[in-house]
Design a protein around this ligand. Sequence first.
Ligand SMILES: *Cc1c(COP(=O)(O)O)cnc(C)c1O
Length: 392
Amino acid sequence: MIPSVLPTYNRAKLNFVKGEGSWLIEADGRRFLDLGSGIAVNALGHAHPALVQALTDQAQKLWHVSNLYEIPQQQALADKLVAATFADTVFFTNSGTESCELAVKMARKYWYDKGQPDRTDIIAFSGSFHGRSSAGIAAAGSEKMTKGFGPLLPGFVHLDWGDHDALHAAITDTTAAILIEPVQGEGGIRPLPDQCLKGLRALCDEKGILLILDEVQCGMGRTGRLFAHEWAGITPDIMMVAKGIGGGFPLGAVLATEDAASGMTAGTHGSTYGGNPLGCAVGCAVMDHVSDPAFLENVNRIAGHLRQKLEGLVAAHPDVFEGVRGSGLMIGLKCKVAPADVVQAGYAAQVITVPAADNVVRLLPPLNLTEDEVAEALTRLDAAASLAAKPA
Ligand SMILES: *Cc1c(COP(=O)(O)O)cnc(C)c1O
């Protein structure tokens, strides 16, 4: 008999009833160190006092009004994002996949309004992930996500990561945009080298097409800059954001330049919940913390410290791990054993990690992880590695 919850997930037998900072507490009382943050969502850890305050204050006043009216919390968050980034304008969504939908629509409408309605193709890359909507799965293109769900949304061109010749050849007079994650998340924590991101920007400028960055996972301070593309010193035309921006409240956004957003006039797009007062009140509190230079400085310091310790862990378990990669607190442990076995062993050692493609276990801890918690993480990961090394 089908379970009452649609069984699209293979769930671990863990039932967390409370969260405190970097810790999750199981119903049986066990404390787990959370190095997954709900997949890069709980950017400030669990039950951060400033987020609890922002949410409860707003909850006493007003939960929801339609986007038919002004929403000051939404205006405030948009102003903060515009002040801190390349963007001139922001649309709020509830998730990364909805941000993908709008990014695709915006790019197509841009060319339609420029009198080039045939420019509808979006170039995307192998190993990418852009969400589970029809546009998201068509954008990523992997059979794992698309099989059985056809006909797929047309207009996506898929290229292998790092194939420069194919990329140049793929740009034609039907190309609207290039879509890429500065650091692939689900694909196995693969950072795009700064040189490549610079090259993509230059190529888009040369061909006059749009650059869309998916910073749903790598944005909001995750790599030690507010957004990952800042490391390369370039800016996109359109950027997808979600996950960390709500700190656990479902919130996403599409940021864009005035030019890229020029087709999105009144009536061209909408969302019932996107940018609602509760979500944006929390988003403002997250932004106030994460955009603070001192906060980002600390992310870099802790990330450097953790990275160094993880190199030691890999060296100590050469039969389990092959190497460490990533950027800031978006870290991948490349495994020689099945990543799922390492994650499973982590549950026994009371540490939460997340599997990814390309034989990688992901570490996406809260951005305010402390030095003591780094030490705790290493003790637990070491125990997990010892368990995973033993043949079952
Ligand atoms: C998680 C993710 C998405 C999809 O976000 P949802 O909120 O799950 O819809 C899109 N792109 C990237 C890079 C992601 O990591």
